[in-house]
Design a protein around this ligand. Structure first.
Ligand code: HEM
Length: 354
């Protein structure tokens, strides 16, 4: 048996030289020995992406993107297909945790100053990934064609209507028709299963390529040239796996004990375009944006404020150019960023209870 596997490996090796590639990626790739737990968030995000692709493909086996059949098809998946309920819960719950870990990854790189020169491309591609994952979540929300799907999409697409001159046209362009309809479901489905996941894959590739080109940073306050180096495998792989197992444990806990978190009441009722539910709220990660739109008197102004905040984050590595990365040595930045995060959380809680 061993001889057979060995000769198979030799056959591959002779034609590809793959062991050199694997060595370059794992055992001969050196990283600082003192990388902390925040450096493992990226690997959890990769796991999230893989889970979404696998569970998404399995859901596609039975899902039907037609307004008259979509809800029935997801009901069939949940109640009849073996382990269908598990796959569906896993897809919906991982979507939530994906966004949550994205926040952790983004905030840790923000506070550790990892966005600074020479890692501007990682930061910008990261922001792009954040936006793409949010659009992916939003487009997926419509697919089950439940009351929640229908009305949350109606509200979300309505908000762009406030943009002067082009707003109304933009809403129809997004929906395909003046109201959320089969055309909306068709285009959201196409974006959700092909265009956006493919784009995310390409951007992850650029994000990681640049991480290899610039090298990963060392934690703030340590001099990278003096910190001892260890091979990525086994040292960093073990650290990554420890975080991934904690993540999977939390995911299973939520799937088995708190499924209602991903499937509230209105997610269990088929869409009815003639009956607006009493309380229609977006997902938790859009609550702060939703509350901002409610607070600012002019909805367009609300959108503009959020666009400007996004633009500011985009240019942050070019605005904040000092090489200092230690949070306590840049008190102005750390205070403003902490206040920003607290305001964001406060807006989300306010949005939830309002
Ligand atoms: C699908 C989403 C994402 C994936 C799969 C991903 C993956 C990764 C991985 C594997 C690393 C290297 C290890 C680590 O520091 O965790 C990394 C580094 C980095 N990421 Fe991401 N990331 C994503 C989104 C983001 C976002 C939203 C941002 C910020 C806006 C971001 C900014 C960065 C930065 C600045 C680094 C360099 C860290 C350093 O060298 O210290 N990433 N990412």
């Amino acid at each position: 048996m061993k001889r057979w596997t060995q000769s198979f490996w030799d056959w591959i090796e002779e034609r590809t030289g793959i062991s050199r590639v694997v060595r370059g990626l794992l055992t001969e790739y050196y990283v600082p020995a003192n990388l902390n737990v925040w450096y493992t968030m990226g690997s959890i995000l990769l796991v999230c992406f893989v889970i979404q692709i696998i569970t998404g493909i399995l859901l596609l086996v039975y899902y039907v993107p037609q307004t008259s059949k979509a809800f029935e098809s997801v009901k069939f998946i949940t109640s009849t297909v073996p382990f269908g309920w598990f796959i569906r819960r896993m897809h919906a719950m991982t979507a939530n945790l994906f966004v949550f870990v994205l926040f952790l990854h983004m905030l840790s790189t923000l506070f550790m100053g990892s966005y600074k020169k020479p890692r501007e491309v990682q930061w910008i591609t990261g922001l792009l990934l954040f936006a793409l994952v949010l659009v992916e979540a939003l487009s997926g929300y419509l697919l089950p064609w439940s009351q929640l799907s229908y009305w949350a999409t109606t509200v979300a697409t309505n908000s762009v209507g406030s943009i002067p001159l082009i707003g109304e046209k933009l809403v129809v362009w997004l929906r395909g028709t003046p109201k959320v309809s089969q055309y909306t479901l068709g285009r959201f489905f196409a974006m959700h299963v092909s265009f956006i996941p493919f784009t995310i894959l390409v951007v992850i590739g650029i994000h990681l390529l640049f991480m290899r080109l610039t090298g990963i940073s060392a934690p703030p306050g340590t001099d990278k040239s003096k910190v001892p180096k260890v091979p990525f495998y086994p040292h960093m792989v073990m650290k990554d796996l420890a975080s991934i197992f904690v993540f999977l444990a939390v995911l299973m806990l939520l799937i088995f004990h708190y499924p209602q978190f991903a499937f509230p009441h209105d997610a269990l009722i088929p869409a009815n375009p003639l009956e607006t539910p009493l309380h229609i709220k977006p997902e938790w990660y859009f609550l702060a944006n939703y509350q901002t739109l409610k607070l600012v008197p002019n909805e367009f102004l609300g959108i503009l404020v959020q666009l400007l905040a996004g633009l500011f984050l985009f240019f942050l590595p070019f605005i904040d150019r000092s090489p200092e990365r230690r949070p306590l040595k840049r008190p102005l930045f750390t205070t403003l960023a902490t206040l920003g995060v607290l305001a964001y959380i406060a807006l989300a809680i306010w949005g939830h209870f309002s």
